[in-house]
Design a protein around this ligand. Sequence first.
Ligand code: ADP
Length: 301
Amino acid sequence: MKIAILSRNPKLYSTRRLAEAARERGHEARVIDVLRCYMNITSHAPSIHYKGEQLSGFDAVIPRIGASVTFYGTAVLRQFEMMNVYPLNESVALTRSRDKLRSLQLLSRRGIGLPITGFAHTPDDIEDLIKMVGGAPLVIKLLEGTQGIGVVLAETRQAAESVIEAFLGLRVNILVQEYIKEAKGADIRCFIIGDKVVASMRRQAKPGEFRSNLHRGGSADLIRITPEERSTAVRAAEIMGLNVAGVDILRSNHGPVVMEVNSSPGLEGIETATNKDIAGQMIAFIEKDAVAGKTRTRGKG
Ligand code: ADP
């Protein structure tokens, strides 16, 4: 097969591993920088041009689109879909997963366990908003944050009020969320391919920190997940419409709660922690699943 990997940087661990795994399995792999793609949206003849060349002949595309280029990146991915190229994760699912609020709404509608979460736009009823999510301590998150940046733990009601007021005053969108204290600074990353958790790891925040992101100095180790955690993670990815996903779960007193579903989960942490060939498994999934023009939504919506 001829596989396109949409990534801005061929040197990134995940990009490198995917290209390597594809070639090892006898495929042609090409890393394409989405921002260098330009498109022709002519009726019935969609095309993508790249550095002066018209792209053609691809059987599958693997999107590894960074959060900061979601808008343009998903448009390029949609164009591949319109050209009947099979996407490992499709553009609609990717767009959903990049909107934290929309993701939580979709998951809650299907009964997935979630931390109690509030969302507000105007700093009028902050007191009631805080009460609604169970009072302090609570977590306040910038809707556009990634890698733990813009995630704040407010220990007291006063701190929560000030932080919420400040954020709303800056006119940024925020989530206000129940703090899952009993998780003790640890979360579980479940790596999903198809309808299976193929690997999982526990990430523990460094001492004095509640955010377990590896980018924030957290450390990873192996963990055995429960059947409930496994089915929660698989269902969450399925609801989002993602074939490949990193589902982040907290162990709460009321069972597993999903914090986030990541559509471009990093490979370095999980391959290192588990010693598994996740990139190879992703390519194997494409071999099994790829059919020209196969998406659930065909780029609609
Ligand atoms: P990002 O998408 O920026 O990584 P997250 O929502 O995943 O933001 O939060 C970053 C980290 O903060 C999580 O990995 C988790 O360890 C911690 N965290 C986030 N929300 C909560 C919560 N409601 N209760 C406890 N810890 C949380």
